[in-house]
Design a protein. Sequence first.
Length: 223
Amino acid sequence: MIFSTRTIIQPGAPIMPTIYPRKYNLVLALAIGGLLAVAGTGLALSDEDDDENHHKRHEQEDHRQDARGWISSRADIAPVTDATYAEECGACHMAYQPGLLPAAAWRQVMTPEGLVVHYGDDASMPQALRSQLAAYLDANAGDSARRSRSRAFTVGNTGDGDLPRITATRYFRNKHHEIPRRMVANNSEVGSFSNCNACHRSAEEGIYNEHQVRIPGFGRWDD
């Protein structure tokens, strides 16, 4: 049998070696290795869950109020900062913040082919302008944003057609699925879930706090 030694020093006693079988060292090494493997698996699972939990963390932020019941007007999504983008896209509809979609989705929207069939309209534009707007959207997209609400919009994006849709993201659907159709699609003052600023009055400033939602004709909504 192979042995290993460990020296134990006691006060007033001579130094004597204590002998343990090598098999105990092997058992200890295997136990430590097992613990490290379990910890590594836990970290991997945690990374996979991060994106799924973005919207849950933001829901908690949404509900934080101080003792007086004051609701924060902090921007949930970074506001639009490019004047050209605001003018060009805002001429037809609300200039959606780049943080409402991941970069890959914006690239698809901004291709020449995508602009020709821009959700039922032809939004074609000169190449120089298209490149400028595409670069702005790409640099400020949701998957590179620091705000948790923007990162939540990057999870589970599935469009109904060929182009990605903000309203088809998992986070958007989770936040709006309880709202009756009659309050939106059948509401002449809203018309569609894509008309964000009809109910989120501060949407253009990037504020989407659910406690500040007012649906035209129906008043305050809070699920």
